[in-house]
Design a protein around this ligand. Structure first.
Ligand SMILES: Cc1cc2nc3c(=O)[nH]c(=O)nc-3n(C[C@H](O)[C@H](O)[C@H](O)COP(=O)(O)O)c2cc1C
Length: 312
């Protein structure tokens, strides 16, 4: 299925795997790209040399294009920005800020730049500074969230910019993909669904919690500090929300989540770790290899779109 995004990125299917901190390392990214989507390595707060190694490791596993997600608030953002250019990465997505200061260098290196946005205003600003596309991410998603839902945000961003829009947040199956196309998106980015894949180097306990999750099993912590994060509910989110209600300080709250995602991903601490996941976790029922999942998602989406009939 060809769209402006598959053409822009040179991929087979309009499906992007979100650049998830701790989760999106080279095995997963390469597997998604091999399956015909676009895999991303999540640079998060990792040092630049780790990112370089990950890029090289992914290149050993696939010749297909893959990308790197750069968290602009990372203390290593400047160095990582340099590494992606040096290593010939094809696509960069950015989160937590504006990549304006890197744009010229990246463009000169032929990198496709795709910022993640949660508002129309930021989407317009990104278009003005030369972004090739934007990911419009609704607050159903796992990880850091904005205010608007995918359903409301995506068409408003589509109306506001000329560049192609990728929908993210709450999409876990072909129905969600088809719906995103109806809203005007040219591709989707999915995070939670890819946690439950064979290639995701995520502790089995965390994967199982995603499989077990029901529709109402996520919580957003950190609204009071201005850093809202969506994760599966557990003892950590319960304590966090209680402390927030009591008006606890930022430092006290941070103690609860510091290193929490790593504990969930690496150690399988499902009680006090931060099992970031979106509301669509309730739709995820099985762990699949990416080589099966990606084409299956596309088949489902196509079937949905064929089934649409407007009664006259
Ligand atoms: C465990 C986890 C970690 C994430 N880390 C990042 C990150 O470091 N940078 C980023 O831009 N987005 C991050 N995200 C968001 C995803 O890239 C993706 O946009 C989001 O998961 C899409 O929503 P969904 O979870 O409903 O599919 C993260 C999401 C999850 C679930």
């Amino acid at each position: 299925m060809q769209t402006e995004i598959t053409e822009l990125l040179g991929i087979q299917y309009p499906i992007i795997q979100g650049g998830m901190a701790w989760v999106a390392e080279h095995h997963l990214a390469a597997a998604v790209s091999e399956a015909g989507g676009l895999g991303l390595i999540g640079a998060a707060n990792a040092p630049a040399e780790w990112v370089r190694e990950q890029i090289r490791a992914a290149k050993n596993l696939t010749e297909q294009p893959f990308g790197v997600n750069i968290m602009l608030m990372s203390p290593y953002a400047d160095e990582v920005a340099q590494v992606v250019a040096e290593e010939g990465v094809k696509v960069v997505t950015t989160g937590a800020g504006s990549p304006e200061k890197y744009m010229e260098q990246w463009k000169q290196s032929g990198i496709r730049v795709i910022p993640v946005v949660a508002s129309v205003a930021l989407a317009k600003r990104m278009e003005r500074c030369g972004a090739d596309a934007v990911v419009a991410e609704g607050c159903e998603s796992g990880g850091h969230v904005g205010e608007s839902t995918t359903m409301a945000l995506v068409p408003q961003v589509v109306d506001a910019v000329q560049i192609p829009v990728i929908a993210a947040g709450g999409i876990a199956d072909g129905r969600g993909i088809a719906a995103a196309f109806m809203l005007g998106a040219k591709a989707v980015q999915m995070g939670t669904r890819f946690i439950a894949t064979q290639e995701a180097q995520v502790h089995e306990s965390y994967k199982n919690q995603v499989l077990r999750a029901k529709d109402i099993d996520t919580r957003v912590t950190g609204r009071s500090t201005g850093h809202p994060v969506r994760a599966l509910r557990n003892e950590m989110t319960k304590r966090y929300l209680e402390l927030e209600q009591e008006g606890a300080s930022f430092e006290e709250l941070e103690q609860l989540t510091l290193g929490g995602l790593r504990r969930a991903v690496v150690e399988g601490d499902v009680r006090m770790g931060s099992m970031m996941a979106g509301q669509c976790a309730g739709l995820v029922r099985e762990i699949l290899p990416c080589s099966e999942l990606v084409p299956q998602l596309m088949q489902e989406a196509k079937a949905c779109m064929k089934g649409i009939r407007i009664d006259e």
